[in-house]
Design a protein around this ligand. Structure first.
Ligand SMILES: [Zn+2]
Length: 1131
């Protein structure tokens, strides 16, 4: 406790008496009638009206006591009662005289600093009161007087909360006055020095002041000052921190960053930070220095000739249809994923609150006459199932193929070509392979592999470092283009016998037994896949196959300060270029490129591959640039490439330097996946989560040309390869190619029991590049051709599932794979589902994007999941025809019971659904529309609720049912609104893993993704009428786990432990806020020049206001902030 006054004045009276005395003295000048003003208002009024020194001091003393003791709410209350203005007026009165009375001025300045600190309008108020330049003048007069200067500086610091005030001070040489107060390292006047630096930093909130500071050369001065204070040992953290804050502010401008760079700032910060790292307690300095270095690293254009994708595709309609090269992206466009949430702030604005748009069904987007063409996609309706009688009544077989020939004609009219399932295929089909025999087969293969000749493997790998499967041979004999139809297996076999490659021999000896995967089928499928660059090489993992690893893969723990360490390594490229190689070792566009014999070799010219360039930075470090989406210049995120020529047991650092998302699950435990050819040959054909030292942060790269505002992020990870000279593949997520889908469908077709399962794959339409978009129909064959059974078949509700509209979301394909296999299986639940529903699956809505390794778009550079409102038949054929097919189902009264589009989510954990609900959207938006009268079937919640119980990876709490404007053209919303499908969903799967349920803490793998597909099917049982019967009769083997804790609420990740962006705010140093600085100065108030130590102690002894009096006074001054007892207003 302390007091200001130097007189013997002691507070003995009550506030009422004080008020009385003021009233007597001031009389009519009192601004507020006593009856309606609080005690505080009386004090403030007294303060600004001025009085004798002692009274004023007492008021200031009381105010300070009040404000120091309580919370910020008291100060805000005081501000609301005109406290700032009163203090400013009092300051101007006291400071204006020729020789100001500092006994009053000083406490006024202190109070102003405390109050102004919380008053956002203090700058404007100070300007209006004429206090700004007055304070600057007081500072000039007292430059040599420590505590007075400090008090002025604090006031100036708070005034600078207004840009105009800061500019006013800057225009009146305030920057120079204050800069002169910052000396080289000295142990004296530390609070004043700190106050000067803080005030200087505060002034740098305006562009004008920053450019003035830069042009006057103060930046180099600040750097030298920092160096000097730094060199004097590990003390003065607060001062060093404040200096860094000045630099931080300066570097908001390009000129400021330039100045820091020119004056050796990066080197200086790099070196000082190295020493800071050695001593404890300097974290805050390290943090700020790292931020500064990141900001100031010169912007470096990506080493590309063009930002445009290396893959361009001539769109139908001539060159005009090609999107503008290097066009500046539309800033207003929503850059977040259509299925990913936007920041909370603008989220509610995005909700659709127009009831008409929510409820009214728009007109058809095409003539009704165009719909009947899709009847061919309902083969189960026209099929006569004569083959059912085939076995019992063979004489009726003559007309067996009638239905397929009619669909031929329709297909011809559509200029598209259905896949045909030959009768021979059906006859040959074997019973579904059950997992037990598969497992046995696999074990046999493994044991066989264990006895392999290891040497021959290594020689194969070393003589053939480009260990790839050539697809050319197969392609050479295949009919040109995709329209030649599928070849029969016999033909493929014959072809292969002519072109036996090393791989074939390997396959015979070491091929793993992978369920539903046949490398030869894969190669045959790939031979007919059309890509922009004309891929002629297969990636080994796609060809050979992948088995999920046996164990679980926990999320990777984040190494403390990993980002900082990586940034240091990046900064070292600039300050110490001795070990920098900077050599391009791979260029997608330059196949003639020679790379050093000891560097890694990269390759990506295969399906889904998308590495564009690799640059060796250091001996064991590579920068990687991903290819932009075809016909486009952005969306880099997905990656898939081959790497070889490695040395075992050496950590290699990889930096993907042109990522575009502002955050990534790589910051939250996700690892990329890696596949080793050698491991596969040794019987472990696994994609494994691999990599250490993983982090994702904003970097200093910018586009090669144009797109100035684009920001890039680095994904960095370190891989230590197990084998020398291996061939490995790395990917963002488990790859799943278009050829894999085709081979898989073909395999499934062969595996189903045609007497039980109606399985037919057809072509929805041709894609832009001329690939097929498969549509699969799965249902149960009727028990007989009798009327009743056929009627039941033709009245089964439809379930429509789609996926992979976004090529980078390969998790969608793995879920789809699980769904397909389950629906074709002999599992009793699958059988029930087939009997209850007709499944229509379009597993890959964007084949061209998947094939060409794009992340987001189709070949026209558009996000296909934004085209559903009015899809272009030429440019977005798959969406146009998928929608057309849904219209058709609608038109024949077979509106799907469920529609679900499978996706991957890059920012969240778990698997969850987005649905559509009018009521929930209106509630969430706070809409005034009365929802009481609105009727809505709550059935949209049944599937998510069931999944929550059944599927370990699923999280009900992450689901939502809101209709956003920005999502109005997505499949989910259009199918819901235009087709009237109540249960229309997007199923989102994490790329990372789960944070709830039994998979908590684990990364998701293909096994879990496929399981999710199976569980999705299980959840559909909840929609069947005889669900209870099904449960009791058939589902007993399904583990209905109640494994969830329902109180968890998943949201976006919390902020990353390290700043991903360059921070714009200068972080405050703990324990050095303005208040504590001011308080310490007040304690030593004016002692230097007046030498009144003794006096001050004496004052302390007297103590000013007694404790009890004070509290009673507080209660009156802040009536509504105090306890009930003090609620009576002071009058
Ligand atoms: Zn998606």
């Amino acid at each position: 406790m302390f007091a200001y006054g130097r007189s013997n004045f002691t507070w003995n009276g009550t506030l009422r008496e004080l008020q009385g005395s003021w009233t007597e003295r001031r009389g009519p000048a009192m601004t507020a009638p006593a009856s309606c003003s609080s005690g505080l208002e009386v004090l403030l009024s007294a303060l600004q009206n001025g009085g004798d020194v002692e009274s004023t001091l007492n008021i200031l003393n009381v105010l300070d006591e009040l404000l120091s003791a309580g919370t910020d709410r008291r100060i805000h209350y005081m501000i609301s009662k005109g406290g700032s203005e009163a203090l400013l007026i009092a300051l101007v009165k006291a400071g204006r005289s020729f020789s100001p009375n500092y006994t009053i001025v000083l406490p006024l300045l202190h109070l102003l600093a405390k109050v102004g600190h919380r008053d956002r309008r203090i700058g404007v108020k100070a300007e209006e009161a004429g206090a700004v330049l007055l304070t600057l003048n007081l500072l000039r007069q007292n430059a040599q007087h420590g505590s007075r200067a400090a008090a002025c500086l604090w006031a100036i610091q708070v005034f600078c909360s207004s840009v105009s005030t800061a500019n006013l001070i800057g225009a009146n040489q305030g920057l120079d006055v204050i800069y002169c107060l910052i000396p080289q390292c000295s142990p004296k006047h530390l609070p004043t020095i700190k106050a000067a630096i803080d005030a200087f930093a505060a002034l740098l909130c305006t562009k004008a002041n920053v450019s003035s500071v830069v042009s006057k050369g103060y930046v180099s001065g600040l750097l030298r000052l920092y160096e000097d204070w730094h060199s004097k040992g590990s003390e003065h953290v607060a001062i060093r921190h404040a200096l860094l804050c000045c630099l931080h502010k300066v570097t908001h401008s390009t000129a400021g960053r330039q100045a820091v760079l020119c004056h050796g700032g990066i080197r200086l910060l790099y070196e000082t930070t190295q020493t800071c790292l050695l001593s404890k307690g300097l974290e805050s300095l390290v943090e700020l220095s790292v931020q500064l270095m990141r900001k100031c690293l010169p912007k470096t254009p990506l080493p590309l000739t063009s930002d445009q994708s290396a893959y361009t595709f001539p769109l139908p309609g001539g060159p005009h249809a090609v999107p503008q090269m290097d066009a500046e992206p539309d800033e207003s466009s929503d850059e977040s994923d259509d299925d990913e949430e936007k920041p909370e702030a603008d989220y509610d604005d995005d909700l659709e609150t127009d009831l008409n748009k929510l409820r009214l069904r728009p007109e058809l987007d095409r003539p009704k006459e165009l719909l009947p063409q899709y009847s061919r996609l309902c083969p189960e309706l026209s099929h006569d199932f004569q083959e059912l009688d085939l076995s019992s009544e063979p004489d009726e077989s003559s007309t067996a193929s009638s239905s397929s020939s009619s669909s031929d004609e329709e297909a011809g009219r559509l200029n598209s070509f259905p896949f045909h399932r030959s009768r021979r295929d059906r006859r040959r089909s074997t019973a579904p392979s059950d997992s037990e025999t598969e497992a046995k087969g696999h074990t046999a293969a493994v044991s066989q592999l264990e006895a392999r000749d290891f040497h021959s493997h290594s020689s194969i790998l070393s003589t053939s470092p480009r260990f790839r499967t050539m697809v050319r041979e197969a392609r050479g004999e295949a009919p040109p283009g995709p329209r030649g139809g599928e070849q029969d297996d016999e033909e493929v076999d014959a072809e292969e016998s002519h072109h036996r490659t090393m791989i074939d021999r390997l396959l015979e000896r070491h091929g793993a037994c992978i369920p539903h995967h046949d490398p030869r089928l894969y190669r045959a499928a790939a031979a007919k896949t059309t890509s922009i660059p004309g891929f002629s090489i297969l990636a080994f993992p796609d060809f050979w196959g992948h088995l999920p690893p046996l164990g679980h893969e926990p999320m990777a723990p984040r190494k403390p300060n990993i980002q900082r360490q990586k940034v240091f390594e990046d900064v070292r490229r600039f300050v110490n270029a001795d070990d920098i190689i900077n050599q391009v070792v791979f260029d997608l566009e330059d196949s003639s490129l020679q790379c050093p014999s000891d560097s890694l070799r990269f390759f990506s010219k295969f399906e889904c591959g998308n590495l564009r360039k690799a640059i060796q930075v250091r001996r064991y470090e590579y920068d990687l640039i991903l290819n932009a989406d075809a016909n486009c210049n952005q969306h880099a995120q997905w990656f898939y490439f081959e790497v070889s020529n490695m040395v075992a047991d050496v950590p290699y650092r990889f930096n993907v330097i042109n990522c575009e998302k502002s955050n990534s699950q790589f910051n939250y435990g996700m690892q990329p996946v890696l596949y080793s050819v050698r491991e596969a040959l040794e019987g472990r054909p696994h994609w494994l989560r691999t990599g250490t030292e993983i982090c994702y942060f904003r970097n200093h790269f910018c586009p090669a040309r144009g797109r100035k505002r684009t920001t890039f992020y680095t994904l960095t990870f370190t891989i230590t390869f197990k084998h020398n000279e291996d061939v490995c593949y790395m990917a963002y997520h488990y790859p799943h190619t278009y050829s894999a889908l085709k081979a898989h469908l073909r395999g499934l077709q062969k595996s189903v029991d045609p007497a039980k399962v109606f399985f037919q794959q057809q072509n929805l339409c041709g894609t832009l590049a001329g690939n097929w978009c498969p549509v699969v129909t799965i249902t149960a064959c009727p028990a007989s051709r009798g009327w009743r059974d056929m009627h039941q078949l033709r009245n089964r509700p439809c379930i429509v599932l789609t996926g992979r509209v976004h090529p980078g979301e390969s998790n969608a394909s793995w879920m789809m794979k699980g769904t397909l296999e389950f629906l074709c299986s002999s599992d009793p639940v699958a059988q029930s589902l087939r009997e209850a529903f007709v499944f229509k699956l379009i597993p890959m809505l964007n084949p061209d994007g998947v094939i060409n390794g794009t992340n987001r778009c189709d070949l026209n550079g558009e996000d296909l999941n934004r085209q559903w409102c009015k899809p272009d038949p030429v440019l977005s054929p798959t969406i146009y025809h998928a929608k057309g097919f849904l219209y058709y189902l609608n038109s024949i009264g077979r509106t799907p019971l469920v529609f679900c589009d499978f996706h991957g989510h890059s920012r969240k954990k778990n698997v969850f659904l987005y649905g559509c609900s009018v009521k929930e959207t209106l509630w969430q938006s706070g809409s005034v529309v009365n929802t009481a009268g609105l009727k809505e079937d709550p059935g949209y919640r049944t599937i998510p609720k069931t999944l929550d119980r059944l599927a370990p990876a699923f999280s009900f709490n992450s689901c939502n049912y809101l209709v956003e404007k920005s999502r109005s053209a997505t499949a989910r919303v259009v199918v819901w609104r235009e087709m009237g499908v109540l249960r229309s969903y997007t199923m989102e799967s994490t790329h990372n893993g789960c944070d709830q349920g039994i998979y908590k803490g684990l990364q998701i793998g293909t096994r879990e993704l496929e399981e999710m597909g199976v569980k999705f099917c299980h959840s559909l049982l909840s929609l069947t009428k005889d669900m209870k019967a099904l449960y009791s009769r058939r589902i007993s083997h399904i583990n209905v786990l109640d494994h969830k804790s329902h109180n968890c609420f998943e949201d976006d990740e919390p902020p990353c432990v390290e700043e991903i962006e360059y921070s714009t705010d200068c972080p405050a140093l703990k324990g050095t806020d303005l208040d504590s600085d001011v308080n310490s100065n007040m304690a030593s108030s004016d002692e230097e020049d007046e030498g009144e130590e003794g006096h001050r102690r004496e004052r302390h002894g007297r103590g000013g206001v007694g404790q009890s009096q004070q509290s009673s006074m507080k209660s009156r001054l802040f009536p509504h902030l105090m306890r009930q007892a003090s609620n009576e207003a002071l009058s």
